[in-house]
Design a protein around this ligand. Sequence first.
Ligand code: F1X
Ligand code: MN
Length: 450
Amino acid sequence: MEARPVPFPEVPPSLSARFEGSFAYLTIRDRLPTILTRAIDTIHRNKNKFFEEYGEEGTQAEKAAISFLSKLRNELQTDKPVLPLADGLVDVDAWNRYLQRQQALRVDREPVSWFKSAWLYMECYMYRRIQEALCLNPPMNDFDVFAEGKTQSFFDSQQAIIAICTHVQEVKKNLKPMSEALLMEEFLKLLQVSLWGNKCDLSISAGQENSQKSSPLDSLEALKPFILVDDSRMVWSSLVPAHQFNGEEKTSKRVDIILDNAGFELMTDLVLADFLISAGLAKEVHFHGKSMPWFVSDVTSRDFEWTIRQLTAANHKWMSMCGGQWKRNLKEGMWSYHDHPFWTLPHEYCDMASDAPDLYSTLQASDLILFKGDLNYRKLTSDRDWAHTVEFDQALRGFQPAPLCSLRTLKANVQVGLQPNQGENLTAQEPDWMTSGKYAVVQFSSPHRK
Ligand SMILES: O=P(O)(O)OC[C@@]1(O)O[C@H](CO)[C@@H](O)[C@@H]1O
Ligand SMILES: [Mn+2]
């Protein structure tokens, strides 16, 4: 059935901190100030480094950046009006136009402010203001206040990283005679590993250590009941249409992975992408990261390159073999990395076709887009207070560049596509099921599947 565009009256309001006691309210009141405080502490802890590297200029820049972030924290905590950006970066106009758009929507003519506006906008705006605080104070401008947490999360997940590198190398050794059924089984396993890799997110933990300690492969069976919607077979079919499996035939499929967190989650995405190419399920994989430090642990180009370098230099056989292969994949073009500014704007994805038509048409060339994580899910569904039984297709509100799948552990109170009473039953058992990170979805939508 054609997903009819949901007329305005049926699109519910955005999640917002204006609903006291809501998860949005608690995030803005408690978690975001904590994240800002940790960012200030990180800059303060590095003051000697700035002095050694840049002398007095470094010290001045460090002090200025800290005062910018302290002012930002005060604006947030006292619900001040949102300010236009003024740092001259490429996305400034898009951000300031968005502020005007939000202001025009305010029927009460009240200024757009932290506790009265859309949660999605305010949370994205905070990370963009952190970037402004650094960018306006060179030589701090390319300092990543979250880098330490991201690299630590990688080092704390070594055992799990060794396990998945070992696994993918073993699987790759036995690919050739593999039947379609076995290939699909391996694909589904690595799709779930990538799904659960999303638990390792430093935003929900407000920067607290949140790495993967054990091999996720050992717990896939035990985790299955926590997958609330599992469209994995449809994801497989978007790569291997029914009865068209031919182990010899070269595929022309392109897969795009909209990345989320660095550290262990990125490793699970790289392992999945390695398998897709090696098993002949995809000819090319396009990775999409963030153009600035984002939501504490999201992947930037520096994190992506650092991770590949770490693998290549690892003194573990299978890790370094993965690193060497992945470097070759990037060099030879089977893999490519992109970071369009749209991914670090506050826009809901139904705005992409109009606000970033170049990105939208890039994604239209994909055969399968994997959206990793919770923030992507919030943007896919416009971070609205939908009824849980609203169809995923409808919540996308016309965003359909290509067959797409969300691989998300639930960390925000928006969830669609559930069966009647499924949400109510979960709420009765575990009131925090939407925000604990314990549950997940593999949710698929395709322009062709109607
Ligand atoms: O996108 P991710 O890394 O899976 O999660 C992002 C997140 O941790 O940040 C926001 C809460 O502050 C929510 O979108 C979610 O809880
Ligand atoms: Mn994230």
